[in-house]
Design a protein around this ligand. Sequence first.
Ligand code: NAD
Ligand code: DAU
Length: 336
Amino acid sequence: MKLLVTGGAGFIGSNFVMYMLQQHPDYQIVNVDALTYAGNLENLKSIEGNANHTFVKADITNAQAIDQLMQQGIDVVVNFAAESHVDRSILEPEVFVKTNVLGTQVLLDAAKKYGVTKFVQVSTDEVYGTLGETGLFTEETPLQPNSPYSASKAGGDLLVRAYHETFGLPVNITRCSNNYGPYQFPEKLIPLMISRALSDQQLPVYGDGLNIRDWLYVEDHCSAIDLVIHQGKIGEVYNIGGNNERTNVHIVKTILAELSKPESLIAYVEDRPGHDRRYGIDPTKTMNELGWKPKHSFETGIKETIRWYLDNKEWWTRIQSGAYQEYYAKQYGSRM
Ligand code: NAD
Ligand code: DAU
């Protein structure tokens, strides 16, 4: 099988490429990534020289480049490429629409032209909006995105749906909860708090810190996508989540305790505009139809993740420079 994986130099994409080469050593993977601030070829060091992995630097909004890649005969497209950070989407929505909506459309057109056997759109629970104190997102929950990021992901999802309904393109959409694990860019909650705590910097917790996210170890997301590729029923949406709801402040306190750092590092800061209160995924369909089950509990996963950041300090200190510093100054000004 030959896969075109987009965004394979980012956090989940790179974990997925490594996972697939391990699970299916005979598969060929063409990995296309524009190497934005979030793309990092260092993530793929362990598979350097693997003849079944080809990296191509290209932008998914570049129709000519994507057409050329698809000409070589791709069986399955797995679309991870996206602008992925909610806070950045509040500062600069335009690039989110370009990549997450137009980029998806470019990929769909090429997939349609060359007749792939499946197009998998890697999406997010954020397209469903926010939950109150009870209930869970199912695949039938209406889309009610609240941030420019989630609206752009919902736009991509709707195009995927439309290409299935209108052109008969064989598609699946996956909607996963918050991932954590190795190679996550240190702008996202868990790696941001680990890296800042290690340098005794204040930890910016938005609002009252009681917003809830449903956390899943990245490898468990990858195993679910693998099952969707092989067994997902054409045209279906699959929710992926580990039933691990935690408040943000609980996550931050867990990290501080694990690193033996004081809770006085926590700084409650102005809330994120449009901040979704609670996410909670109902993964019953994915578990029952595809036999998927997460392997990692949150308690062991978070420990392994903290250990990874302790062991790979060079990886995150190298990327915490230049463009990242500029973004951070814009986001927090002189507040932190
Ligand atoms: P990430 O920001 O770490 O990686 C995104 C990758 O896409 C980067 O390598 C970047 O260079 C690449 N990219 C961005 N724009 C591109 C373009 N125009 N052309 C080609 N490549 C481009 O993101 P992530 O956290 O790994 O998320 C991957 C996917 O999974 C996204 O689609 C995201 O919406 C989805 N998702 C993420 C989470 C999560 O918790 N991180 C949860 C559910 C779904
Ligand atoms: O739910 C899936 C989504 O999870 C993915 O689609 C997104 O790509 C991914 O970025 C993530 O979005 P979140 O907004 O939930 O993740 P983030 O790590 O930015 O924030 C997690 C929670 O922590 C959220 O409630 C905001 C809060 N937070 C975040 C940061 C960066 C803070 O309190 N302080 C911070 O500095």
